[in-house]
Design a protein around this ligand. Sequence first.
Ligand SMILES: [Zn+2]
Ligand SMILES: [Zn+2]
Length: 333
Amino acid sequence: MTDAISNTSAHFEGDGVVSFSTETLRAVRPGHVRIRVDVCALCGSDKRLLASGAAVVPGHEVVGTIVESAPDAPSEGTRVIVYIPVSCGECKACLEQQNNRCYNLGGLMGWQFDGGFAEYMDVPVQCVLPVPDDIPSDVAVLALDTFGTAAHALRLGARTQPDGIQNLLVIGCGPLGLGVVAVALAMGIPTVHAWDPNDARLGLAEQLGATRALDLETVNQYQVIAEASGADPARAAAQNLVEPGGAILALGESNEPYLMPATPRWRRTDCFTVRSFYFPKTEVADNWSLLRSHGATLRDTIMTPTRLNDLEETFTKFLDGDFVKPYITHEEN
Ligand SMILES: [Zn+2]
Ligand SMILES: [Zn+2]
């Protein structure tokens, strides 16, 4: 129905090399909508694909505008976020709307299916969620990995605590850790401390409203600890700092195994270790509310707009720590 669309997309060749191709898009497959990508944020996890190379177009934190709709999908012109799990829709988890827990996950957008480092992207109908009109696209993108994943982890953690979370330490102030700080404050958690070996990053957490943790040596200090770095020393610190009965939210992903060391401290600490993955669609409405109060501040603190054509250079600066949360945008200014 639409005129032929020419689409430029990025490809990860491995070893940090990004190439581009431009081709005319074919007709949208049944059950999919076509979106114009408005914002696609870079994620720490993309670094693995950047090193190894990727079979599909990467990019999994996407806000776009529907240019060609499908039955049961929002209409053309609707702004949407892309929910990345492509779930079966039939298993126990999917029937309970916990699609992030699908027993037969078909894959993830930007990982097994073409993602958003492109001008256009085709998305299964089940994966598009409308963005409220009052939330700009560069804030809406935070509803995904940064706010959505962080909020889900905090909600899971809260379920382990009879009186909810009163006292939180966030270790690692990269985009996810800073997201946890912002969400925790938006949720009204009374005490939010943060720590990062990088003073500038820790400063960002303070700018958002967290208090700098001063003592990482004394045991039994924090009810809940969000470990958002994936670094071994941080994981070990979390194990020491958690109060008996508390919870460690194991969020940081690295290539190293998550070890539970057979130390006396580990053996003798009665606590929860919580691992979470992404978020269910049922939490999205609440997350828009959290974003309304704290999203713009987080955007202004961590995000930098960049161009698709500069993606390789942007990743270099991201890896070097010059950018906290860069995103590509096709919009002017
Ligand atoms: Zn991500
Ligand atoms: Zn399922």
